[in-house]
Ligand binder design. Structure first.
Ligand SMILES: Nc1ncnc2c1ncn2[C@@H]1O[C@H](C[S@+](CC[C@H]([NH3+])C(=O)[O-])CC(=O)[O-])[C@@H](O)[C@H]1O
Ligand SMILES: O=C(O)C(=O)Cc1ccccc1
Length: 244
């Protein structure tokens, strides 16, 4: 296996930082970028494997919406032990889907994966036992989040679950400042410079729109979910599990 190249996309000064896009340059360094940018990313993937084993029902579908290079898809594929399951993995960034297809082809696990280059707002969710949105919802316009949650709820089987990982915002300004500072401290500890941190932050403004835990919880309940609990948090990055 080749080692993923290091993310240096924001290392040199950029005259005018453009909005963050999941293009070829990002896809190339994505495994390194997400591990050094999202505290707990590896732990979340491991847990998604365990949760897939717990929630996958025989002859059902597990969805990975916004799959990027298929990190969560592969975790599910290795976690599922029930017969007749398949995974539907979806991303609308061509560069991500192309690389994801290569990575999936190199993987030996037997659970079939259907990889779609499509908008998650347009993909039907049917016969689902588990749906994963691992750091994807934060990139959808806020107004389009509830309709997606409602469709996911409708497509889940009884006993089904939704795992949703997100960067969080905080109502309390001191908590917001603290968690932002600690996230930046995490990034510095991973070798990112102040310039890299600040240019990436600019690129993500109005592209990645975080919401509070309470906003996520109330939306999931509004969509119909019976309950919703965070099962993981590391600074301003959390993962929730909602049950049908
Ligand atoms: N409307 C959309 N339709 C389809 N895909 C979308 C849409 N909007 C954004 N994406 C896709 O959502 C992914 C978000 S990354 C997910 C990491 C992955 N889950 C992982 O477990 O490694 C998270 C991050 O980079 O912070 C990108 O690949 C986008 O192209
Ligand atoms: O880097 C950040 O500040 C993030 O919030 C996480 C992230 C990781 C990968 C792509 C986009 C955002």
């Amino acid at each position: 296996m080749n080692i993923p190249p290091r993310d240096t996309l924001y290392a040199d000064p950029i005259a005018s930082v453009a909005g963050f896009a999941f293009d070829e340059r990002v896809a190339e360094v994505f495994p390194d970028m997400i591990r050094r940018s999202v505290p707990g990313y590896g732990a979340i993937l491991s847990a998604i494997g365990l949760l897939a084993d717990r929630f996958a029902q025989p002859d059902s579908v597990c969805y990975d919406l916004g799959c990027s290079l298929g990190g969560a898809t592969l975790a599910m594929r290795h976690g599922i032990r029930q017969p007749g399951c398949r995974i539907v993995a979806v991303d609308n960034a061509t560069a991500m889907v192309e690389r994801c297809r290569e990575l999936l082809a190199r993987d030996q696990a037997l659970v079939p994966v259907e990889l779609l280059c499509a908008d998650i707002r347009e993909v039907p969710v049917e016969n689902a036992s588990l749906v994963v949105l691992n750091f994807t919802l934060q990139f959808l316009p806020v107004a389009e989040r509830l309709p997606l949650m409602e469709r996911i709820y409708q497509g889940l089987k009884p006993g089904g679950a939704l795992i949703i990982s997100e960067k969080l915002a905080f109502d309390d300004p001191r908590q917001q400042a603290l968690h932002t500072d600690m996230h930046h401290a995490f990034k510095r500890s991973q070798g990112y410079s102040e310039l890299e941190i600040s240019q990436k932050r600019t690129a993500l403004e109005n592209v990645l729109v975080p919401e509070t835990l309470e906003q996520h919880r109330s939306r999931l309940l509004q969509a119909g979910f019976a309950s919703c609990e965070p099962w993981f948090q590391y600074f301003n990055f959390a993962s929730l599990i909602a049950l049908k």
